[in-house]
Design a protein around this ligand. Structure first.
Ligand SMILES: C[S@@+](CC[C@H](N)C(=O)[O-])C[C@H]1O[C@@H](n2cnc3c(N)ncnc32)[C@H](O)[C@@H]1O
Length: 293
């Protein structure tokens, strides 16, 4: 997360890794609340079914990988969750940086985290090793580019018949400012988040299922998940933090543009209060697909 560090004019380094990590951990809670699951129910059912098919006494554990794992929060939560209770699972987290990982001494016994670049070919020892590969929130890595190199990386990691789950935000299609009274507008909040929409060509996100089919996956499907209305203010605050961070350090954004963007944010914050009650309704999308047997 080194790209999140920016030094202010008084020498104070903004966007420290711990701020990014705290935001990711909060975001995890919001994702889980909106989705209602960590692992898609189709994938859960497949893993439980596999256990039934395995011969009694089989020593093989199921293998689940989380790419660009960040703090590892999704893996740690899944390892404790009732979703896979009764299954023998080994969890592997990969990220380009170790900055946000807990120290190895604090990890559960069935979780290993290590470095890996998902834009490169995975090491031979990991080819075809995973029953499930999960990835979340890598849109800033792809921006207007193509997800295909990442899809190929994932396909290489999966066993035949293994599942991909890709959780992503879609600023083009599932990112709307709402007010309780439709006649009342929230121009500053709208402008704050419009800047994120304009920052890149995010159309690859809605196209992910088609792209996965083109890359040889099967059963590709995508669904947006509606947050509960009482949670939309929490999503709004979280995304204001994202907007502030991006206004400071989005590569290629010029300084004046960033400054003008930051000046909108306190006004957007005021529009979120009781007088207007504006919120950002952000529906995370979950895309799943299967590598052919
Ligand atoms: C927005 S964070 C998402 C973290 C996590 N997936 C989550 O949802 O909590 C993006 C993560 O991608 C990682 N990352 C960036 N470039 C990467 C690369 N080329 N290969 C692997 N990870 C990368 C960053 O270090 C960061 O931890």
């Amino acid at each position: 997360m080194t790209d999140l560090g920016v030094t202010n004019s008084d020498g104070y380094r903004l966007g420290r890794d711990y701020l990014a990590a705290s935001r990711l951990n909060l975001q995890h809670f919001l994702y889980k609340d909106a989705q209602g699951f960590l692992l898609h129910p189709v994938i859960q059912a497949s893993l439980h079914h596999q256990k039934e098919l395995r011969q009694a006494g089989s020593k093989d554990s199921l293998q689940i990988a989380d790419l660009a794992t960040g703090t590892g929060i999704w893996l740690f939560d899944l390892a404790k969750s009732p979703e896979l209770r009764g299954l023998d699972v080994q969890y592997r987290g990969f990220d380009i940086s170790t900055a946000l990982f807990p120290h190895n001494s604090w990890l559960p016994k069935n979780v290993v985290v290590s470095t890996s670049n998902l834009l490169e070919e995975p090491p031979q020892s990991l080819h075809g090793q995973f029953d499930v590969v999960h990835i979340r929130l890598v849109l800033s890595l792809i921006r207007s580019g193509s997800p295909k190199p990442i899809i190929q990386h994932i396909k290489t990691l999966l066993k035949p018949g293994g599942y991909l789950q890709w959780d992503e935000l879609d600023p083009f299609n599932h990112y709307d400012v709402l007010t309780p009274d439709s006649d009342t507008k929230a121009p500053n909040m709208t402008a704050t988040f419009q800047k994120i929409k304009e920052r890149a060509n995010w159309s690859w996100i809605a196209r992910l299922p088609n792209t996965l089919l083109e890359e040889g996956f099967q059963e590709a499907a995508q669904n947006p998940h509606e947050p509960a209305s009482e949670m939309m203010k929490a999503w709004t605050y979280m995304d204001m933090l994202t907007a502030e961070e991006l206004s400071l350090n989005w590569l290629g954004a010029d300084y004046d543009d960033g400054k003008a963007w930051r000046q909108l944010i306190p006004k957007a914050y005021e529009e979120a209060d009781q007088s207007i009650g504006a919120v950002l309704r952000l529906r995370p999308t979950v895309t799943i697909a299967r590598k052919p047997l």
